[in-house]
Design a protein around this ligand. Structure first.
Ligand SMILES: [Zn+2]
Length: 410
């Protein structure tokens, strides 16, 4: 067994750890424990003596502090599962050494080409070693790159007592891709003050902000009557639902927004003449933006239903998750230390926002403030997924520097 981050990565990606949203068990798929067990063995072999896999498929381990002064315990967290969107069975990683530019054609499926025009970040990878799949599976750099990077950082900290650091808790979770990675985390047992998910993309990027998210459920009760005798009486709930959907603003949709813009997105509609249900999700970086969009939706519903005097509606907003920035802003040193670590690892840090939620946003609200650090992977959840060795090494260096920064700044 060898110890470089790329060797680790190649060992982990060939283990199928796809999670399954339909499963009721934790982990959602038993096979995720195969990787969990291997990680525990490797941690024990490097001297991390408390490493273990719990009954829910989570790996916990501690790189102990090697200084006398009290340093806040921080946690490095990555997820072991891969997305259900594309198969993760029989991954055959391909290595392009010393990439010289140009499109990358994948050997197992001629239709699959990583084009520079679609992935301009490839232009920053000239001379690097790029790992792809053969085009028939996803790679699982999301998030086995993060797992391999944490493992390599742990190895460096264990092997080099001259690097001063506080206690580092390692947490590998199952089921992040199906939104359940934070469900069974035992934060008391974890005992960390602050955390970092290593699950971002481009080298140098730190994300300390996620969407705030609500779900909206609308039901419409129409007036049902035999269609042969319906004139002037029928109010078809299906048509009312259709009219509401049609009036949703086209410029506040996922397909027409980017950056820090929020959106309204219908996710489900079912109906009969007498009753229809509409599900939507609402996303924004600010709580006021959510409220404005929800008022806008209800305004549309009222306007539409006004033309149907016999019909009625219900409108319910359910909170899903909130922007972690609200939590992270209370402890600015968490993000500041990460930015400093990126700088010390030789990159210019870029601070960004995630147009979605992460386990980090859930962990932040559960009591473990948790920004997201890059792991280096690109084109997640697809057969075009790729990552470079050099970016994974940059992430390892960032984690080691981060451990040092926390120790220095106490
Ligand atoms: Zn991920």
């Amino acid at each position: 067994m060898t110890d470089t981050v790329i060797d680790r990565f190649l060992r982990y990606v060939v283990i199928d750890t796809q999670s399954d949203a339909k499963s009721k068990t934790t982990p959602t798929t038993e096979k995720q424990k195969t990787l969990g067990k291997l990680l525990v063995e490797e941690l024990l072999a490097m001297g991390v003596s408390d490493a273990h896999l719990d009954e829910h498929g989570y790996v916990y381990a501690t790189v102990p502090s090697n200084v006398d002064k009290p340093v806040p315990v921080i946690c490095f967290c990555s997820h072991m599962d891969t997305a259900p969107d594309f198969t993760g069975t029989n991954v055959k990683p391909q290595i392009i050494r010393n990439y010289q530019g140009g499109d990358i054609r994948l050997s197992g499926d001629p239709q699959q080409v990583i084009r520079v025009s679609d992935h301009p970040v490839l232009l920053d990878q000239i001379g690097n070693d790029i790992i792809t799949t053969d085009g028939t599976t996803l790679l699982g750099a999301d998030d086995k790159a993060g797992v391999a990077e944490i493992m390599s950082a742990a190895q460096i900290l264990m092997d080099n007592p001259d690097i001063k650091h506080g206690a580092i808790r390692i947490l590998f979770t199952p089921d992040e891709e199906v939104g359940r990675g934070a469900d069974k985390v035992d934060l008391k047992k974890l005992g960390a003050r602050f955390g970092y998910t290593i699950d971002g993309e481009t080298a140098g990027h730190i994300e300390d902000e996620t969407f705030s998210a609500d779900g909206v459920e609308i039901t419409i009760a129409g007036v049902a009557i035999h269609p042969g005798f319906a004139k002037g009486k029928m109010e078809n709930a299906i048509k009312i639902a259709g009219a509401i959907i049609d009036r949703l603003p086209k410029d506040i949709a996922p397909e027409s927004t980017e950056g820090r813009e929020g959106f309204i997105h219908p996710t489900g509609v079912t109906g009969t003449m007498e009753k229809a249900s509409l599900s939507m999700i609402v996303r924004d970086f600010e709580d006021e933006g959510l409220a404005t969009k929800e008022a806008l939706i209800e305004g549309i519903v009222k306007q539409v239903i006004a033309a149907y005097p016999g019909s009625s509606y219900t409108f319910e907003v359910k909170q899903q998750y909130r922007n972690m920035k609200a939590i992270l802003a209370r402890n600015p040193e968490i993000t500041d230390n990460a930015l400093e670590a990126v700088r010390r690892a030789g990159m210019t840090p870029v601070r960004g926002s995630i147009r979605g939620g992460t386990d980090g946003s859930r962990l932040s609200f559960m009591g473990l403030p948790c920004p997201n650090i890059f792991a280096g992977g690109h084109a997640f959840h697809s057969p075009l997924e790729w990552v470079s060795r050099q970016d994974m090494e940059r992430a390892v260096n960032t984690l080691v520097e981060l451990a040092k920064v926390w120790e220095e700044r106490v």
